[in-house]
Design a protein around this ligand. Structure first.
Ligand SMILES: [Zn+2]
Ligand SMILES: [Zn+2]
Length: 84
């Protein structure tokens, strides 16, 4: 089950479960569409994988399966993956 993390790891903006701005990689590194498009250029800085839009969990199911409240933020800031 998805964690539905509450924020962008890059700019720390809020990404509530109903947000259509949330993008995740296969490990659920979570970023907003602005950071994915403009800073990360579609590549996850943590694992090098690509992103998909995070599916919206229906509100009635959030009661039983609540979203994560644990904020994850990249302490060193966010930069695009550099080509080796
Ligand atoms: Zn962001
Ligand atoms: Zn990742």
């Amino acid at each position: 089950m998805l964690e539905l993390r509450p924020n962008c790891e890059c700019c720390d903006r809020n990404l509530p479960p109903e947000s259509e701005q949330a993008m995740i990689c296969t490990f659920e590194c979570t970023f907003c569409t602005d950071c994915v498009d403009n800073i990360l250029r579609g590549v996850c800085p943590n694992c090098g994988g690509d992103f998909a839009r995070r599916p919206i969990r229906p509100a009635r199911l959030l009661v039983k399966y609540p979203a994560s409240t644990k904020r994850v933020l990249k302490a060193e800031g966010c930069a695009p993956v550099r080509a080796a």
